[in-house]
Design a protein around this ligand. Structure first.
Ligand SMILES: CC(=O)[C@@H](O)[C@H](O)COP(=O)(O)O
Ligand SMILES: NCC(=O)COP(=O)(O)O
Length: 239
């Protein structure tokens, strides 16, 4: 079974546009759970352009499903995650000025750094996932850090999906097989949507979780949040 974690960054983007508290990020998280989300994901960035560090503290008080905090592990992020102790932390190597996440870790080059991070979070009982490209050697490198899971960066899959889905997914299937063989848990995310989700989930062995934000929140403008979450869950059913 593949679980759906709803990324609520874009709710905070909308809230921040006016400086008030509408929409209310905490309330949306609670509603998303009520509508069937099996997890809540947030990605605080140093400029707090969407999720603020205070949001993460507030969400910790109310989230009852899996709480997943993603981000680049700078000092402030590490301190926040260790204070909040979410169910899962996902380490993402994006630069502070990146518009959005645009690559996974080079787990070979940053092996020592990642090993230390994995140790520090695991010693607090936090499950660790490392954001990676679909590349066998990179997955093997992730295993060597001691991480519990990896999250496959799915933007290249999403970008090629409409032209050639078999080709788009091939490297992801291979990377997933390696992860399965190594006993690494498997998550995935970035640019997954109602068109490409089922094909991905049906073809990736051992896919435990997808985190979806941008497309899901955009779809909610048309279909409403409750319907939209149900539509995404339907794409994940019977896979
Ligand atoms: C790690 C990942 O792929 C997502 O967290 C994505 O980066 C969403 O972040 P933004 O909402 O800031 O684009
Ligand atoms: N980890 C990926 C995520 O949380 C959401 O990414 P996106 O759906 O906003 O591209």
């Amino acid at each position: 079974m593949t679980r759906l974690s709803v990324n609520i960054n874009k709710i905070a983007t909308l809230r921040n546009a006016r400086g008030g508290n509408n929409p209310n990020v905490v309330r949306v998280a609670q509603d998303a759970e009520r509508f069937g989300a099996q997890g809540i994901t947030v990605h605080p960035r140093p400029d707090e352009r969407h999720i603020r560090y205070q949001d993460v503290l507030d969400l910790k008080e109310v989230v009852t499903t899996e709480f997943n905090i993603e981000g680049n592990p700078d000092e402030r992020f590490i301190e926040l995650v260790k204070r909040v102790r979410p169910d899962q932390v996902t380490l993402v190597p994006d630069a502070p000025d990146a518009i959005t996440s645009n690559a996974g870790w080079d787990t070979l080059r940053h092996a020592d750094h990642l090993r230390r991070l994995v140790d520090t979070f695991k010693s607090d009982g936090i499950r660790v996932s490392i954001f990676v490209d679909a590349n066998e050697r990179i997955v093997e490198g992730a295993k060597a850090t001691g991480t519990d899971r990896i999250e496959l960066y799915t933007e290249p899959y999403a970008a090629e999906f409409y032209d050639n889905r078999e080709h788009a997914i091939a490297s992801f299937v291979q990377a997933a097989r390696v992860a399965n063989d190594l006993g690494l848990g498997l998550n995935a995310g970035h640019d997954l949507n109602l068109d490409n989700l089922r094909y991905f989930a049906e073809n990736i062995p051992g896919l435990l979780e997808v985190s979806i934000g941008h497309a899901l929140i955009s779809d909610a403008l048309y279909f409403g949040l409750e319907n939209t979450i149900q539509m995404y869950l339907r794409e994940l059913s019977n896979v």
